[in-house]
Design a protein around this ligand. Structure first.
Ligand code: GLN
Length: 530
């Protein structure tokens, strides 16, 4: 998931001995996999524990009244800030992968990222002692540190997973499946623990628990990585020509310095009140600007990227998959915003007289992933054995349609609430059912998308295309945030409208992609399918 050219595993990267790990076959200390996977599994588990633990609390906390210890922001603003935060976290993997390749190496990038995320949580924790007015600066500074840290950690930890299996193949896929389980075990536990602390005890207890989780991940990585990963990803990739290498390093340092300087300037201007940040307005511009930049990137690759006619066709397929992935993530990433608010305000959450925290509903998706991922691995293998593999566009279309079913359930649930004038609390099964279909959709699209990027991309663009994949998640988070505030007891009529629009987008996208699946499959003739 590095973002530079050439990719780390290329000849240039292999010039450093440490970046050419031995085949993984010898080390089977972790469920038959290299022991390094245990380190990466635990680190990413704790990182996701903290990420998913904090995220659903954000909108509830920022929109909570001052008297309830919150910031008293409007729901629209709070939800848009969560969207911008999610966007930034995923888009930061572009510079994060690049910094790892050019300056730090994967291992130091992950360690630095873990330190920054821990510091970010600490800053958010401290904001609790400063009161609503004084707490805003350490709170937002904390979010920025988490964005920078996750940009360094998330893409590079996934890249090291790949590097554990230089021979590729089914063992690497299995390694990624185990790693994806780690992500969801962390997400599942994080949302349960921080949710109950944040909602029932106090916001800052929830934030603090997320920070303790990341600290655990940092310690696990710092203590075990030197032994289990040994030299893998220990140094940045080197250009074989020392003069070019020195120039690239200089440029990277300069770029990093300018980027961080600009960020510090914006923070200083916002903190002193010289500029006001309207998250809704910024969010809308960001969607457009990012789309224009992605289109320009693809145009460059097509026209001046030095790729063959065959490669051009596959890049076109990546572009199509990218566009449809945005629609999927734009719906799916409403979980921490609109669906989170729906759980809080319109769902009957009492079991035996006890009120389940709203954020616990966020864990349903991770629980379903943990249960269903092995089932899906079985289905794809069985189809493959019978030579009835579905193409990646067909799986994407299925994923979109299934998520559409999930949101169709929400239309019915929302209409019930509206019919009661906002007084009815609907059964928790509506959200559970919705998350079930969304998760089945996720399993058709998310892992398939990741592997398609590596399979369809021309060799020298693998890193960037992975970045493009994360850009779809980034845009999805932003869209999910921008529309998420539409779940509001004050503006009831907006709610069924939001779920109807989301369902229509998903189903229409599924239908168009299903029609395109056959011609697309022809364009990928010589690519083995995911
Ligand atoms: N749930 C997965 C993760 O956290 C994928 C999320 C996404 O790409 N939007 O890694």
């Amino acid at each position: 998931m590095a973002t530079s050219t050439p990719p780390r595993t290329s000849v240039a990267a292999a010039a450093t001995t440490v970046d050419a790990p031995p085949p993984s076959g010898g080390d089977r200390g972790f469920f038959g996999h290299p022991r390094g996977l245990a380190t990466l599994f635990a680190t990413e588990m704790w990182e996701r524990f903290s990420f998913y633990g904090l995220r659903p609390l954000l909108v509830l906390f920022m929109a909570a009244a001052l008297s309830d210890g919150g910031f008293g922001f409007s729901r629209d603003q709070a939800s848009a800030i969560v969207g911008l935060y999610g966007f930034s976290v995923y888009i930061a993997s572009l510079p994060g992968g690049w910094v790892a390749d050019r300056l730090l190496g994967l291992q130091r990038a992950i360690l630095t990222g873990a330190c920054l995320i821990t510091a970010g949580h600490l800053s958010i924790g401290v904001s609790g002692f400063a009161g609503a007015a004084g707490g805003k600066l350490p709170f937002f500074l904390g979010l920025i540190l988490i964005v920078l840290g996750t940009g360094l950690l998330k893409p590079n930890i996934s890249a090291i997973v790949g590097d554990l299996y230089p021979e590729g193949g089914a063992r690497r896929d299995a390694g990624f499946s185990i790693f994806y389980m780690g992500i969801n075990v962390g997400a599942f536990a994080g949302q349960l623990i921080t949710g109950i602390l944040g909602e029932k005890v106090g916001w800052h207890w929830g934030f603090g628990a997320a920070g303790v989780g990341m600290l655990a991940g940092l310690i696990v990585f710092a203590v075990t990585a030197p032994k289990t990963l040994r030299g893998i990803g220990a140094t940045p990739s080197r250009h074989p020509d020392p003069a070019v290498h020195a120039r690239q390093t200089r440029h990277a340092r300069l770029g990093l310095g300018v980027g961080l300087g600009l960020l510090a300037l914006v923070v200083a201007l916002a903190a002193t009140g010289a500029i006001t940040i309207d998250a809704q307005a910024i969010g809308q511009y960001t969607v457009q600007i990012t789309l224009v930049m992605v289109v320009a990137f693809f145009a460059f690759v097509f026209l001046a990227g030095g790729i063959s006619g065959e490669e051009r066709k596959r890049v076109a397929v990546i572009f199509v998959l990218f566009l449809f992935a945005i629609v999927f993530w734009g719906a799916f990433e409403q979980a921490p915003t609109s669906l989170n608010l729906f759980a809080r305000d319109f769902t009957d959450r009492t079991i035996g007289g006890w009120e389940v925290p709203a954020t616990w509903f966020q864990s349903i998706n991770s629980a379903f992933v943990i249960l269903l991922a092995p089932v899906f691995a079985g289905i794809w293998t069985a189809l493959g054995r019978r030579d009835r593999d579905l193409s990646s566009p067909a799986k994407f279309a299925a994923g979109l349609a299934l998520a559409g079913v999930g949101f169709a359930l929400m239309i019915v649930a929302a209409n019930r609430v509206v019919a009661s004038g906002g007084t009815l609390l609907v059964s928790a099964w509506w959200l559970t059912g919705s998350y079930f279909f969304q998760t089945v959709g996720e399993l058709c699209l998310s892992p398939v998308g990741l592997s398609s990027m590596t399979k369809l991309s021309p060799r020298k663009y693998v890193g960037q295309m992975m970045g493009i994949w994360f850009t779809a998640s980034a845009l999805g988070n932003l869209i999910g945030g921008l529309v998420g505030g539409h779940v509001d007891p004050e503006k009831l009529e907006l709610m069924p409208q939001l779920f109807t629009r989301t369902t229509i987008s998903l189903v229409a996208a599924a239908a168009v992609l299903a029609l395109l699946a056959i011609p697309i499959r022809r364009m990928m003739t010589d690519v083995r399918e995911a």
